[in-house]
Design a protein around this ligand. Sequence first.
Ligand SMILES: Nc1ncnc2c1ncn2[C@@H]1O[C@H](COP(=O)(O)OP(=O)(O)O)[C@@H](O)[C@H]1O
Ligand SMILES: [Mg+2]
Length: 320
Amino acid sequence: MTIRPEDVEPEEAKAAAPADWRSDPQFTEPPRVPWSELGPDFIKVWGRADETNPQPEHWEIVGPTGSGKTHLMLTALQDRYRARKTGAILVVTKADDNVFQKLGWPVVTKVDEIQDTNVVYWPRTKRTGNARREFHDQRLQQLLNKLWQPGANTIVAFDEVGYVESLSGDMRALVQMYWREARSVGITVVAMKQRPQGALRDMHSETYWTAAFAPKDRSDAERFAELFGHRRDWLPVFDSLDPDLHEFILRHSRSREAYISWVDTRRPGLRALSVLAALPPRSPGGVEQLPREVAGLHGPHQRTWPWPRRVTRCPSGTTV
Ligand SMILES: Nc1ncnc2c1ncn2[C@@H]1O[C@H](COP(=O)(O)OP(=O)(O)O)[C@@H](O)[C@H]1O
Ligand SMILES: [Mg+2]
């Protein structure tokens, strides 16, 4: 399996981006809507662009480190599970990031430890350098090959898709297959990346939803803006994002509807923290043994999280 060079976004931006004065006559400034209002509608329509024929809709999330990508994704996955019982497998390759332990989902390191969805797949190793990359390559290929079954009906979320793609030619081809064909086996791909450069083009062409946080610098801002449309329309929108509030733009590529939003809701996983703090150490098998009340937040015995949710429609109508 090989990837053709033209399938990959160039790593470096064009030396000096040529002036581009085009703009879209249909362009309107996206309204600001907090997640407490936008989220419920997004969760309702995600994967249901055509109500008569619901299909998985992939989602890319771009933003520099610390912008809030993981926080948004975990919030959305939990919201979706609560509303629609769609399970997810979260693929993590970081050396350490305690945010995933806070989630309250079981953490597994091997494919055969996965018993159900709503699990963090986190193959950890003490190896470094190439040995570490080979370990990740092998464990992630095992996962993606195993999940590839008709009617898989799950969400696969990559916390660092750029790293995953870079592991090997086979891995990159597997990720490309997921972007292009996972819909046919009922898999929704959610992928996070720091910048669009160097990504498989499929990440943009095959996604229905894009979320982007405030970019790190001007050159990234231009590339982010191009993901959304004309630079002249979108650069000022990116300039208006407040990184301290973790603001992002969410856009549906089919309807072109876009909103500026920020996660203003508490994640239920955080509630599990106090219970997690009292947990016994991890079992020797590597699977986190969670007390029922924590696992129950996300598993089959899930309880409704009693947060005050305002049920409001998005200002501009029904598409999001
Ligand atoms: N909407 C938010 N409200 C409060 N804190 C947030 C919000 N979004 C992110 N954070 C915090 O900011 C930090 C970075 O967020 P994170 O999601 O890990 O960023 P990224 O995944 O882009 O590197 C974390 O400590 C996270 O808890
Ligand atoms: Mg992150």
